[in-house]
Design a protein. Sequence first.
Length: 1035
Amino acid sequence: MSCVFLLLLLLVLQYPLVIFSSHLCRRDESLVLQNLKLKLSIDDSASTDCESNGYFPYPKTLSWNRTTDCCTWDGVTCDKVTGRITRLDLSCSQLHGTIDSNSTLFQLSHLQNLNLAYNDFSPSQISSKFGWFPSLTHLNLSRSGFSGTVPLQVSYLSKLISLDLSAGIEELRVEPHTFKMLLQNLTQLRELYLTSTYISSSLPSNLSSSLQKLNLVGTELSGKIPDDIFHLPRLQMLNLGSNLYLTGHLPTTQWNCSNSLRELDLSSSGFSGNIPDSIGHLNSLRKLDISGCYFSGIIPPTMGDLTELTSLQLFSNNFDGQLPSTILNLVQLVEFDISSNNLTGNIPDIFGNFTKLKSLSLSYNLFTGPFPSSVTNLTELESLDLSNCSITGPIPSSISTGFPNLILLFLPYNSLSGEIPSWIFNLPSLKYLVLRGNQLTGQLKEVRYNLLEVVDVGDNKLNGPIPTSFSKLVNLTTLDLSTNNLSGGLDIGLFSKCKQLRRLGLSFNNLSVFSSQKDASLPTSLGSLYASSCNIRELNFLRAAKYIGNLDLSNNKMHGKIPDWAWSNWQVSVSYLNLSSNFLTAIDLLHNFESLYYLDIGSNLIQGELPAPPPLLFLFIASNNNFTGKLPNSPLCKMSSLVILDLSNNSLSGVIPKCLVNMSTSLSVLDLHNNHFSGTIPNNFGKGSSLRSLNLRKNKLEGVLPRKLTYCRGLEVVDLGENLLNDTFPKWLGSLPRLQVLSLRSNKLHGPITITRNQVLFSKLKILDLSYNDFTGNLSERFFNNLKSMIIEDQTGTPLTYIGEVRYHDSLTLSIKGQQIELVRILSIFTTIDFSNNKFKGDVPKSIGNLGSLRGLNLSHNSLIGPIPQSFGNLSVLESLDLSWNQLSGNIPQEVASLKSLAVMNLSQNRLMGRIPRGPQLDTFENDSYSGNAGLCGFPLSRNCGDNEMPRSTLPDIEDEEDSGFMDWRAAIIGCGCGSVFGLFIVYIIFLTGRPKWFVNIVNQHINRILLKIEAKRRIEAKKRRRHKRRRMKF
């Protein structure tokens, strides 16, 4: 019995050996894999990138059972003779853990193919032992969490045919020396993938002629690419994209790889120059991506020879000219993108043969003409983007194919007109529809399918109600109908089924938003609501929108206070809040907002002290209210992120807190104008200030101008007008390199305006207002020569832009024809000089005539003398000219008649003489423009120059009369005295009747005759004195 037991025990002990002896896999290597498995875990999130790259992730190691042959395990391949493991593919295996130098993996010394891609081995580094596989031909460690530096030992794998070390989110570096050795030692290498590794080196020349695929996308390569890379005879794929500092040109001669190259990607690199005709030799090319480079010139017709192309990406370059008609030969195209170039002409109607095309983008070019009708024949089309192409005319009213696969239709920012055809709303696969910024009219059509996720038809001329069928769009995430003429009541219950709605734009229509049911509300998912000018009176429809982030309720009819429940909902999630232009009387709880960065409560009826604003605000506008009292210093001083602060047009008082100036490292706009602030302007502006606009106009500020304003090198606008400042002219502000607007009007500034030789000041200034001060002295020719930005002549065709920022526009008060006019926006091309109501004297500088872009000039109410400079005829865009109430003399220059833009002119109350020039604009001015110049004659004055001019031959008669005492000053005075009673009577009639023109003409003619005779007498007496002086000199 004991013998039988011993025999059975022996059989049991030998059972594992029997099992392994029947397996192909060697026992030692099976144990290696089992130990490797024990060190790693399964994590579903470890292979998240797999599916997006076309692979299916699953845990391969779950099949590793020690009782089975390891050569049958998932991912394991053995040599059929020796049983050695030669291939290990654990890619997309959801593995998590570390692989260090002690890993049993490195005991598999016969491996020829190792693939660990798409796992998570972070924070592992690539061990130098990866260079210990002498037979390895394929190594793939891509996107597997390895970080650090690629060891030099990898370059010892001399049999490598394929190497993929592409990085994921972790930084993986390849030192320049290692990179060079990889390319030098691995002479059999056919495929090299180093995507997103950090190489930061130039690409060496003399690459191996064995290379077939080279992918160095996003590796920080720099320098000029070696030309021989385009002549590798076996090259099939060359991807060098996303290397901004890698430069080069495409070869102009035939490429040695022309028969093999199938994929060329140079996107987002520094490549430049023209595309050579030699591109047409790449007859095997299927993918060409040179987008985001610096290529220019025309697209060569030889591009049409690439008949195997399936993807052509030329967007974001500088191509010009027309799209070549040879493009129609590319019938295999699936993707075609030439957006963001400078292509011109009509969009060629050549797309009818592109039967495989799925994506077409021609957006952001300079095309003109109608919608290309051949596009409607593309039955496979999924995405069509013709944004910003200047397309005119209507969208085709019908299509034959129905676009059954179209998912995306982008036609914004064109000049499309007519109605939106009904077929657009009947596309069965359409998800994204954007028609913003056109001239489309008519009503919105009913929708047929409910797949639409984005509908943006804003900024058109659509009218009528919002279709009720929009309630069926259960997948809707974005609906923007803003800036149209849509009308009628909008019951918010229309969107009750749109549970995924995140953005709703209704602003600037004729809609009246209401809720017919008390508990009806916009969905909880809503993140942005833009409902400006929607006649909103109450906010119950927002009760469920507890996570709203952007909320614009400006220009509505909300009265009183915002409900407490609304503040409670908004204080956690809202980051953008615009409640301006309503009838709100109180604002509470602002300081409790956690995420608010934009707050506009301007143009309401809010009273009392300014509430403490939230600390994280980027913009705070509370202008045009009834706020009183002092500023809340402590909360304001803690707003370290504040960029724009506008508290203008209130009744705030006290001194300006110094912390607002200390905040200038972040603050760009400080607007406190039209309040009751007193004291001095703080003088603690710091170096590195970000201040762009400072407006303290119309307060009670006194003292001198703060000299440390010169630290604010970015200042563009300084408006300190209508205060009590007492200082001299701040020529030191002229050193600010960006200053465009300077207004110091209505203060107590005094002294001359002087600039020393070789000083270059105020070179960017466009608006200068020094009116209503006590400045004295002569006007300097040198000063006006410094105004370089006003010397630029005709700016016709320049796009109209405003001085300011996206969310804030600077304003300014100017005097035009004696009226105070506030410009709520300042056009960047507007230039004006106002030195009126001062004590300037001397001649008008001729250099003003060099200011070719000047549009307004006011030198009135000074003591200027001399003639109007002829150079004023060079002011070709001048619209307003006021030289009144000076002591100017001489004739009005004939050159002034050439000023075709002149709309306002006042030369009254001077000593001008002679005939008024005639011209298209001058003939539009009335008598008031010339009144108080007794020596002027001609149209529009009643004094006719022909009647008043005294021929030279009559002068002796006058001389005789003068010699006989017929008329002298005493006679003139007596005459005026005798007529005083008559004059008073006429003045009375003038007040009653409004100054009858017949009388004015008679008086003016009479006065003009007297003045001419007096002037003639003065000339004759001067001649007599000169003759008498010459006679005395002879004796």
